[in-house]
Design a protein around this ligand. Structure first.
Ligand SMILES: Cc1cc2nc3c(=O)[nH]c(=O)nc-3n(C[C@H](O)[C@H](O)[C@H](O)COP(=O)(O)OP(=O)(O)OC[C@H]3O[C@@H](n4cnc5c(N)ncnc54)[C@H](O)[C@@H]3O)c2cc1C
Ligand SMILES: *[C@@H]1O[C@H](CO)[C@@H](O)[C@H](O)[C@H]1NC(C)=O
Ligand SMILES: *[C@@H]1O[C@H](CO)[C@@H](O)[C@H](O)[C@H]1NC(C)=O
Ligand SMILES: *[C@@H]1O[C@H](CO)[C@@H](O)[C@H](O)[C@H]1NC(C)=O
Ligand SMILES: CC(=O)N[C@H]1CO[C@H](CO)[C@@H](O)[C@@H]1O
Length: 518
């Protein structure tokens, strides 16, 4: 009857051991790291926090957490670890908001640099004028950056769907959202970076000076340097946003309309889309701001178990001249082939629009549903294969989207700079297809495993059909897989690592390179 007290004790001890595994300040002391004069400090009591991330799957405990009080702190620490050479196994991971999925911002037994600490030490500086920009700390959250630039009536051009991510974290990936079709990803909208390399050097870089480092770091998965500052291009901030969704039951019309919109001269300012399979209340599930504005027909729409496609778009407008926007909208909507009566729309401020996911986060948090396993899979699918992909995945591999949304929208390669480290399909137009599942305990014991199996099936399908998809926010465990991922750019990626982080100290959580040991 019941568990034996001894076993219970053992389990508790083991768990406690995992949670608070005492890190060993002595291990750092013996390296003389603790004698570096710092503006900030090392801490040891928060190492278990630094061993968790948004994915909630990988937990590597570091030896210490650095809370830098200045860029010099980051440089001095990195330089000291570099000088220790291959005799030390210490590595360093910058941690933004820790919104990674597979421990990419973790440093097993190494040092996690909490980039958010630099926000306080460094100020944001908004430069108005002809070509406005903001200089922001790498650990700054996009939401705070936006609030600051809005004070000057300015805003960045390219976004992510969710703003509680850091500048350095998204620039290490790409930063994709519904504006990318026009402005490119966030990495296409950065003029200059200040970076601490794997040798501990502080360097400014741009397309003009230290261009190779600049391109390496953009989309570089943290492999070449720690971004301590970024200069981000701004534009006059729109005031209001007309935000709309329409439904399609036919994938071909859906994607043709999306492609028509992203290539049109006069078009919406934001274009995304998502896949909905067999859900009741489908129109209510995402973006709560919509719920009050449903036309009666739309809210009674019955999917009958069919796969549906929701086109989401937004048009910025000036509230002092709403007529212009209305005319343009009517014209644009008249060119689309959505299911009649499924248009629903609302008007919100630009800030509310961009920060639209935050209210969902608050709700999930209040229900304890935020910190749950997230077996996400993000793919970039070339246009030529997207129909084959959809035919074989939606309704076949995925028969229900109640675990989370599936985003699907096109982008144009011409807005991406092929000198950066970001990897995209080799085709003019490609789609982001993002499977954003979460599997709280309430979704059933096996739902996590089931989603992993689905993800695997999707990847297998692409492989066996030889579709040239690329993972966004890539995760691989084998070197060959990383090589495949980078393809013809692997040589350059490797060479850049050799140049900027020759001991492979930085961002070990991706497991691309491994620190050489003597
Ligand atoms: C709810 C949610 C929504 C999202 N939506 C989008 C989206 O719409 N579009 C999109 O593109 N992405 C999206 N993402 C993914 C997001 O871009 C990644 O999670 C990214 O890692 C940023 O998170 P972070 O700032 O917490 O970085 P972290 O997870 O802390 O770090 C990510 C990687 O970058 C490195 N790193 C962190 N800071 C720096 C720095 N200053 N310099 C160098 N390297 C650094 C880390 O070591 C790690 O390898 C979303 C994520 C979540 C959780
Ligand atoms: C990098 O540029 C910033 C802003 O232009 C400047 O303040 C800083 O001193 C520069 N750093 C280096 C190492 O040149
Ligand atoms: C992609 O962008 C390029 C350059 O702007 C343009 O010539 C091309 O027509 C675009 N392709 C599509 C399908 O929109
Ligand atoms: C980038 O694209 C240009 C123009 O298409 C091409 O000439 C160049 O070789 C490409 N560079 C890389 C690194 O792929
Ligand atoms: C999980 C779920 O929503 N299942 C529904 C799928 O569609 C059929 C037909 O409308 C419904 O009966 C199911 O309840």
């Amino acid at each position: 009857m019941g568990t034996s007290p001894l076993l219970k004790l053992l389990v508790i001890t083991l768990l406690a051991g995992i949670k608070t595994r005492s890190s060993d300040p002595a291990a750092l002391r013996s390296t003389s790291l603790l004698s570096i004069p710092l503006h900030g400090q090392f801490t040891f009591d928060d190492i278990s926090k630094a061993a968790t991330d948004f994915g909630n799957r990988v937990h590597h405990v570091p030896s210490a957490v650095l809370h830098p009080g200045s860029v010099a702190d980051v440089a001095a620490t990195t330089r000291r670890v570099f000088q220790l050479g291959p005799n030390s196994k210490l590595t360093i991971a910058a941690r933004g908001r820790g919104h990674s999925l597979h421990g990419q911002a973790q440093a097993p037994d190494g040092i996690v640099v909490r980039m958010e600490s630099l926000r306080r030490a460094q100020t944001m500086w908004v430069h108005t004028g002809q070509e406005p920009y903001v200089d922001a700390p790498g650990g700054e959250l996009w939401i705070d950056l936006l609030r600051e630039t809005l004070k000057q009536g300015l805003a960045p051009k390219s976004w992510t769907d969710y703003l509680h991510l850091t500048v350095g974290g998204t620039l290490s990936n790409a930063g994709i959202s519904g504006q990318a079709f026009r402005h490119g990803p966030q990495i296409s909208n950065v003029r200059q970076l200040e970076v601490v390399t794997g040798k501990g050097d502080i360097m400014n870089c741009s397309a003009e000076a230290n261009a190779d480092l600049y391109h390496a770091v953009l989309g570089g998965l943290g492999q070449f340097g720690i971004i301590t500052r970024a200069r981000i291009e701004l534009e006059p901030a729109p005031k209001m946003v007309k935000w709309m969704r329409v439904l399609y039951s036919d994938f071909r019309s859906f994607t043709e309309d999306q492609e028509m919109l992203v290539s049109a001269e006069n078009t919406f300012d934001y274009i995304e889309g998502f896949v909905i399979i067999n859900r009741s209340g489908i129109l209510r599930n995402w973006g709560s701001s919509f719920s009050t504005q449903f036309p009666a027909q739309a809210s009674q729409f019955v999917s009958e178990g069919k796969t549906l496609f929701c086109l989401e778009m937004a048009k910025n407008f000036d509230p002092t001249n709403p007529e212009k926007m209305k005319q343009e909208m009517v014209e644009l909507l008249s060119r689309l082939r959505y299911i009649p009566y499924t248009l629903f729309k609302t008007e919100v401020s630009y800030l509310e629009f961009l920060d639209r996911l935050h209210s969902s986060e608050r709700k999930l948090r209040s229900k304890g549903l935020w910190e749950v396993p997230r077996p996400w899979l993000n793919l970039l699918v070339p246009r030529s294969s997207v129909h084959f992909f959809a035919d074989n995945v939606f309704g076949k591999i995925i028969t229900d989207t109640s675990n989370g949304p599936i985003l699907l929208y096109p982008m144009n390669r011409s807005n991406w700079d092929n000198r950066t480290s970001a990897v995209i399909p080799n085709e003019d137009v490609f789609y982001l297809v993002a499977f954003l599942s979460s599997t709280p305990a309430s979704s059933g014991q096996n739902s996590f495993e089931a989603v992993l199996k689905q993800n695997e099936k999707i990847l297998k399908l692409c492989e066996s059909a030889n579709i040239q998809t690329k993972q966004y926010l890539p995760h691989y465990t084998k070197l060959e897989e990383w090589r495949d991922h980078f393809g013809s750019r692997w040589e350059a990626f490797q060479r850049r690592k050799q140049d900027y982080d020759p001991l492979a100290i930085l961002a070990p959580g991706h497991r691309i390179f491994h620190k050489a040991m003597a």
